[in-house]
Design a protein around this ligand. Structure first.
Ligand code: 4AD
Ligand code: MG
Length: 432
């Protein structure tokens, strides 16, 4: 029964003792006289060994009938086993089957992505998917540790909002009783208000964008970490970002060795992720792209192939700074020496993972802010509160947003962001 179970991850504390684990059968093989059971309980994996000469008849027969994903309690003696990845195995003395599973759809053979996505609720049980979710949780833990230990206060911005932050093209519309409302694209505007109250703040929450493009970098629902800092300028903003990202990557390397191995990540690439990160301006990036044979005119935004070509020149994330104001967000502060570009930066991850951070110094002048509302056709009424932040004790301030799923994809070396979250919301897919 469920009493007094030992988690597989803790069996090392009980070497030589008898333990009971609650688990699922991942697979098995038999040599006729010995059966090897691959067991998993979510916390880890262990091999159970039954010798016909030693096991009870009941246990031997129960093991023979076990099918993939059958659920069971297994009792056995913990033995040190240097050849096993965990260092231990279980000499099985008893088996209590909860359910013999029939026709589990995900077999060890290769399946197509659509087949697996339709069965995402079961696919999560595979060792690789489990490892990704463990690493994601470690990234979140490291994010919170970094900001909590650097004097930031966690603030939660709203999810239902009356107006947009990142342009109106991909807003997710809903009703708020009789009013129109949108699911948040970014908590930034609210975090600016929070920074004026608490100094240094960060948020961690879901954000939504009705992206009509089907790429390996876009989700409809994704999670963002958004720090915002009063009395911090563009340069200082970049310093926080590079410290932050190198801390998170090193924390995963330290704490998730087994999981990185399970997914086959080349960790030498991650070990490079140390401060300082290179910085190039948009102008320099355009020049670099021209040398690489792209003919992108000045004033146009980069697409995935451009970002990848730029990233290939560096062995760690790179900042691209000072983009043209024309295609960047309304709130970004113009460079005082060159107002056609803004004090912003995108952090581009190595190995083709694209932009993981977007950030900027914010406009702090109320007159310029009001001008921007006009240019971007944003209603002064809807943004009156945001203008207040510039009217009552305005200060230089900066912040950024890290996309969690793209960060997980990069750190895990995954082909597509859909595997970075338990139940991804992608274009046209809402099930399961
Ligand atoms: O560059 P973005 O649009 O910046 C903002 O939203 C700012 N308001 C953030 C801030 O300054 N507080 O988005 C930030 C990051 C991107 O760099 C990317 O990593 C991620 O969010 N992102 C997405 N991730 C997955 N799917 C999508 N559709 C994404 N859109 C943005
Ligand atoms: Mg961006």
């Amino acid at each position: 029964g469920t009493g007094k179970l030992t988690a597989i991850r803790n069996v090392g504390d009980k070497a030589g003792e008898s333990v009971t684990i609650g688990c699922w059968l991942q697979g098995k093989r038999s040599s006729g006289k010995i059966q090897f059971l691959k067991l998993r309980d979510g916390s880890g994996f262990i091999q159970g060994v039954l010798a016909k000469s030693e096991a009870s008849e009941q246990a031997w027969e129960a093991a023979q009938k076990l099918t993939q994903e059958s659920s069971l309690y297994v009792t056995g003696i913990v033995r040190e086993e240097p050849r096993s990845p965990s260092g231990y195995e279980l000499s099985v003395t008893g088996i209590e089957v909860i359910q013999y599973t029939e026709d589990y759809p995900i077999t060890p053979k290769e399946h197509g992505v659509d087949f697996l996505m339709d069965r995402r609720h079961l696919w999560l049980r595979s060792p690789k998917q489990r490892a990704i979710l463990v690493i994601r949780a470690q990234i979140i833990r490291a994010v919170q540790q970094f900001f909590d230990e650097s004097g930031f206060t966690l603030v939660d911005p709203p999810i239902l909002t009356p107006s947009s932050c990142e342009g109106t093209t991909n807003l997710f519309h809903t009703k708020y009783f009789d009013e129109d409302a949108y699911l948040t694209q970014s908590g930034q505007l609210y975090m600016e208000a929070a920074a004026m109250a608490l100094g240094k703040v960060y948020s961690f929450g879901p954000t939504f964008r009705a992206e009509k493009s089907k790429t390996r970098r876009h989700l409809i629902e994704f999670w963002m970490i958004e720090p915002e800092m009063a009395f911090v300028d563009h340069e200082q903003n970049l310093e926080v970002q590079e410290q932050f990202i190198s801390f998170v990557v090193q924390s995963v390397l330290t704490n998730c060795k087994a999981e990185l191995e399970t997914i086959g990540r080349d960790i030498s690439k991650l070990e490079n992720v140390q401060v300082p990160f290179p910085r190039i301006t948009y102008d320099e990036a355009i020049e670099l792209l021209h040398k690489e044979g792209f003919d992108l005119p000045w004033g146009e935004d980069f697409g995935a192939p451009h970002e990848t070509a730029i990233a290939e020149k560096f062995d760690r994330p790179v900042f691209i700074t000072h983009y043209p104001a024309s295609f960047k967000a309304f709130y970004m502060k113009p460079d005082p020496n060159r107002p056609e570009v803004v004090l912003c930066a995108d952090m581009i991850a190595p190995e083709g993972y694209g932009e993981i951070i977007g950030g900027s110094q914010r406009i702090d002048d109320p007159a310029l802010m009001a001008e921007r509302f006009q240019e971007h056709e944003l209603s002064e009424e809807a943004y009156a509160w945001y203008l207040d932040l510039r009217r009552y004790g305005t200060v230089p301030h900066s912040g950024f947003g890290l996309g969690l799923e793209r960060t997980v994809a990069w750190i895990c070396g995954l082909e597509h962001v859909r595997e970075t979250i338990a139940f991804p919301r992608t274009l046209y897919r809402l099930y399961p």
